[in-house]
Design a protein around this ligand. Structure first.
Ligand SMILES: [Mg+2]
Length: 239
């Protein structure tokens, strides 16, 4: 039996677009001080530096915006502007969960024959809230919210649930977090790009001929792939 892991942000619902909209507001706020390019670059550097302190997610992003605003204004940023940034974060946290086209139908269809796992990283509170608000929670046998989606995190999840990597298909929009670590464990991975990728999640794709790697244009192509892979898995049961 094939277990299907699904990424959440930008695979099931829009997410990165929300960050981009917020970053545009942040650029406007700091426009009197610096160019958009410099603001973007400094914010990105601050976010990366802060990952080890705050992890992924909106709250960490908000703190990184505040830190960048303080740095780029050499401490002149006012309480009113800090308040604006906090307002951006609250708006993001309350934004409706906007499913990508076809997601509900595909998830419902796959859940009837397969064990589905939602595997996401980031802020526990925010991610659990989004899963609940998405209306998709009941289709997933398991929801795993991890700090980082690297080979050891996937290995731990697969071992905990007794799943052989060759019977596991991960589906997601991030080469770095959804695809490469799963292929490195001998699992299957289907890449479905989203129209915006955060720089940090970008990575060179594997060779197109890499065993177990599939590139889909949209999630509505997933059921056909799952059908083919399920046939192969049932011919090669767990060793
Ligand atoms: Mg994603």
């Amino acid at each position: 039996m094939l277990t299907i892991g699904l990424d959440a942000d930008d695979t099931l619902w829009h997410n990165e677009s929300l960050y981009w909209l917020t970053q545009e507001k942040f650029r406007q706020l700091l426009a009197p001080y610096h160019s958009a390019e410099w603001i973007d670059q400094r914010l990105y550097e601050t976010e990366l530096r802060n990952l080890e302190h705050f992890g992924y997610g909106i709250k960490g992003f908000a703190l990184s915006m505040i830190e960048t605003a303080i740095d780029l204004t050499e401490g002149r940023v006012g309480a009113g502007e800090i308040g604006e940034i906090l307002g951006y974060a609250k708006t993001m946290l309350q934004a409706p969960v906007d499913l990508l086209p076809g997601v509900e139908e595909v998830v419902q269809q796959l859940a009837s024959d397969h064990q589905l796992m939602l595997i996401t990283k980031g802020d526990l509170f925010d991610q659990e809230s989004k899963v609940a608000r998405s209306g998709l929670g009941d289709y997933f046998a398991k929801v795993e919210i991890v700090r980082e989606k690297d080979p050891s995190a996937y290995r731990t999840i697969l071992q905990r649930h007794g799943i052989a990597p060759q019977h596991f298909l991960m589906v997601g929009n991030s080469m770095r977090s959804d695809i490469l670590p799963v292929l490195s464990l001998g699992g299957l991975a289907a890449y479905i790009p989203y129209h915006i990728t955060w720089q940090h999640e970008a990575a060179a794709p594997p060779e197109p001929t890499t065993a177990g790697f599939f590139h889909l244009d949209a999630i509505d192509q997933l059921p056909a792939l799952v059908q083919v892979l399920s046939g192969q898995v049932s011919q090669n049961p767990t060793p």
